[in-house]
Design a protein around this ligand. Structure first.
Ligand code: UDP
Length: 248
C-alpha cells in the first residue's frame, strides 16, 4: 500500500496520545518521502510508561502531541490498541527504528549527530555503528550529562554541522522535551528520541532475547537487568488499569 501524501495517517488514541498505526515498511517509506520533500520529521517511540506520564501530566501530553510521528515502541501499546478495538500493525522498538534510520543514512550518504547517554557511551556507540555501516557519516556526538553552558555549545555544534539525522538519547520524556524545544531551530531533517539505544549499541546494555520480546516481556527482562527501573515500572499496572477502564 502506498501512502497518499495528503491523506491523514491512521492513528489510535491511547490514553490521550494519538499513536500512528504504521508498519515498519510504511514508516520508512513515509520518512523517505518527507525527507525528499524537505518536510522536517520528529519521531517519538512511545511505550506504556510514556503513555501513563502523558495521561497524568498535561505538559508531557502537550509535548508528545507536537511530534510528527508517534510510534508503538512497546508491546503494551500494541495490546492497548487491540483493547480499544483498533490495531497497530507491529511493534516499532526505538532502538530498531533508530538503527533502520542509521542504515538508511548510510545508504544515502546522510549525516548523523548523536546526543546523549553517559560519558564515553556515545563514543563507543559511534564506533560500533561505524563498524556495522562502513563509511557512515557521524559528524558529531556528545554525552547527555551537560550543564547550561555546555548545552549552548552543543546547540552551536549541531547548527554548524547541520546533520540530516539527530539521535537524542536523554531518556523519556526529557529527550522529547529537548527535541520539542530545539528541533525547530536546528536545521535538521529528522530527530528521534532513542532512549537507551546508545547503551545497547555500545554493548553496555543487552536487549531481551527474541522469545521474550515476542511475548511482550521486554519490560520484565529490563526489570531483572536494571532493578532501579522498578519504581518507574509501577506505571505498567496503572497503564493496564486505565486501558481496561477506558475500553469498557
Ligand atoms: N541520559 C542522559 N542524560 C540524563 C539522563 C539520562 O544522557 O540526564 C541517558 C542515559 O544515560 C541513557 C538514556 O538517557 O543512555 C536513557 O535510557 P533509558 O533506557 O532509561 O531510556 P528510557 O527508557 O527512559 O527511554
Amino acid at each position: 500500500m502506498a501512502f497518499s501524501k495528503k491523506a491523514l495517517l491512521p492513528t489510535v488514541n491511547i490514553l490521550g496520545t494519538e499513536i500512528h498505526r504504521l508498519s515498519r515498511e510504511h514508516l520508512l517509506q513515509l520518512i523517505e518521502e518527507r525527507y525528499e520533500e524537505g518536510i522536517p520529521t520528529w519521531i517519538v517511540t512511545a511505550n506504556a510508561e510514556m503513555a501513563v506520564r502523558a495521561k497524568e501530566e498535561a505538559e508531557v501530553a502537550d509535548v508528545l502531541a507536537k511530534a510528527d510521528l508517534r510510534l508503538a515502541d512497546g508491546a503494551g501499546i500494541v495490546w492497548a490498541a487491540k483493547q480499544m478495538g483498533s490495531n497497530v500493525p507491529e511493534r516499532l522498538p526505538g532502538v530498531e527504528i533508530a538503527e533502520e534510520l542509521v542504515a538508511w543514512a548510510a545508504v544515502n550518504n546522510l549525516t548523523i549527530y548523536m546526543l546523549g547517554a553517559g560519558p564515553g557511551v556515545a563514543e563507543e556507540a559511534v564506533l560500533e555503528l561505524q563498524t556495522r555501516y562502513p563509511g557512515l557519516r557521524i559528524v558529531g556526538y556528545h554525552h547527555g550529562y551537560f550543564d547550561e553552558k555546555q548545552e549552548l555549545d552543543i546547540l552551536d555544534d549541531i547548527r554548524k554541522k547541520k546533520p540530516n539525522l539527530l539521535l537524542v538519547a536523554l531518556g523519556a520524556p526529557r529527550q522529547e522535551q529537548w527535541i520539542a524545544q530545539h528541533f525547530p531551530s536546528l536545521n535538521t531533517a529528522i530527530a528521534v528520541g532513542v532512549g537507551g539505544s546508545f547503551d545497547v549499541w555500545a554493548g553496555r546494555v543487552k536487549r531481551a532475547p527474541t522469545w521474550m520480546g515476542e511475548r511482550g516481556l521486554e519490560w520484565l527482562y529490563r526489570l531483572i537487568k536494571e532493578p532501579r527501573r522498578a519504581k518507574r515500572m509501577l506505571a505498567l499496572p496503572r497503564f493496564v488499569w486505565y486501558i481496561k477502564r477506558e475500553s469498557r
